[in-house]
Design a protein around this ligand. Sequence first.
Ligand code: HAM
Length: 412
Amino acid sequence: MTNIIKAQKGTKDILPAEISKWYNLEKKAEEVFSFAGFKEIRTPIFEATELFARGVGDTTDIVNKEMYSFEKSERSLTLRPENTAGVVRSFIENGMHRLTAPVKLWYKGPMFRYERPQAGRQRQFHQVGVEMFGIKEPSADAEVILLAVNYLKSIGLCDLDVEINSLGCPNCRETFSKKLKDAIRPYLANMCPDCQERFEKNPLRLLDCKVPECNEVLNSEEIQNVITSEYICDECSEHFNKVKEYLDALNIKYSVNRLLVRGLDYYNRTVFEIKSNNLGSQNAVCGGGRYDSLVRHLGGVDTPAVGFAMGMERLNSLLPDVEDNKLDIFVVSSSSTEAFKVVNELRAAGFSADFDLSCKKFGKQIEKASKVASHAVIVCEDEIANNTVSIKDFSTSEQKTVSRNDYINCLK
Ligand code: HAM
């Protein structure tokens, strides 16, 4: 036992007892997203490292600290830490800008980030997400937020907090960053090392810091005045107001959080997160926003875009466990050959069915049948001799014997 190899820190097996919950999240995603005209896309799990460095941004924690990168044939490759960059790469490479806009895509699958594992935070985790290309109007932002809310409702999560913000355009960002830096400069020495770095490389991320000393600075009246001041241009403001108007019309409750800046560099204008009070410090189940320059930035034809991704482990942790589905039928027989034949006929007719491969005693087989299936089909000596089968319904304990030629119809 000393040499047992264990799963890596921050990774988890998804065991058979949990798989129904996962199937449900995936099935509902397929239903809700395809009802809204989104088509599934599956991109590779590893990509050129450069895609994430350029796409997600080389001042972000994801790119600086959290990527699983490795060399193969002198190329640097990275396990995807998120899927927006990969979907954008595919959009460009496959000429999807030539399709009629909007191009609506959804995806699910594993992502990899070398983060410190804790409740709700893994090194391999799963996301389900959507990306919509080609629409610059605020209706696309609202459509994507609506879709996120409707997906959450469909899986039984209705009472979550939607937070939105607008980061404005690059011009607004530059003016605001300068104002923020001027206000924070006198207090910078008291802030954490990460913030000292962010101050130079990506000042907006200063708003995102959770360290108490930094929070104290951010909460001071002087800095709050800067944060809450008019910070976006008229055009960005109009865009944001229209998004809010749509959400109001759709009865989607939200709050505006000026500190919401998101940890990825590609966003402009609308950003949003959906959070739960029941998740501790890692409380975001969904994060997304608009990224109008990413397609151009990665070499494609200028195309506006907006999307979101949700953490599937976090969704699952908010949902009750589901009971495993029982089999339709367990075949009980004194002859494994007969059992094989009957199981095969049942499966071909669309029933889930199984039997005892080691042909144990009748009592043991029927006991197992009652635990794993709703019905037993019994084919023992009498039944074989008379060309019949007996069907036992475990919910009523009723048993009846029918012709072997007609038992499938009786079961149906
Ligand atoms: P993100 O906020 O980095 O955004 O991740 C989205 C969601 O993935 C989070 O809200 C969280 O639920 C889950 N998540 C992230 N990291 C972990 C982790 N280490 N362990 C467990 N769950 C995690 C993105 O990934 C963007 N690509 C979203 C997007 C799509 N923006 C536009 N389109």
